[in-house]
Design a protein around this ligand. Sequence first.
Ligand code: PEP
Length: 250
Amino acid sequence: MRKYVIAGNWKMNMTPAQTKDLINQMKPLVADATCDVVLCVPYVDIAAAVEAANGSNIKIGAENIHWAQSGAFTGEISGEMLKAAGAQYVIIGHSERRQYFGETDDTVNARLKAAIASGLTPIVCVGETLEQREKNITVETVAMQTKIAFRDISADDAVNTIIAYEPVWAIGTGKTATDEQADEVNGAIRNVIKEIYGIDTAEKIVIQYGGSMNAKNAAGLLAKQHIDGGLIGGASLKAEDFSVIVKAAK
Ligand code: PEP
């Protein structure tokens, strides 16, 4: 049995003070969760988030990681720094990073290796653009992204990595993949993992769906065989909505 993981992605939102307020609102609402609850927050909010979440079932993550341990990389952040700040998870290869900041499948692979080396749980994002879906190359696209992301990663490390299927056309747009569309692609990703690592790893690895998941559509998506949780953008900034999604993951 795979355990559901519901992770928020706050993107470029919230000050440290707002972070404390929101987490304090969320804590009682998600206290009974049977899934893992994670909030990936901006770097400057990590310390405030860790402090606010202390003693609760909410774990804190970051939104990116650099592949080097240290050095002349102005504006970047290392795994050691994230760990020291109290982060336990990290998002890698989000489509906004791919679209606006030159992230490639190869840099995703490098960041994944750095996250594993630092002892962070990675959440690796893959997903097709609208153009790729319309050209009927969705499965090929996510298969290639997954294969390159996991290049030279051992089965032991892969099994502890989370994959988030996030169709680019569904992120922040209010358009959600149907339950069937999302499950089909999540299943295809699981098959790629099976090809690389075998059935055991494929059955254990957590594959989330992300893309306008909200309080209304979460239960349908999460009921699907291959959807083991969600990566939630907009709805993770609202305590009530986020808690409804968390409760649907059971
Ligand atoms: C995301 O940021 O990963 C995401 C899925 O955003 P949203 O839920 O707002 O579409």
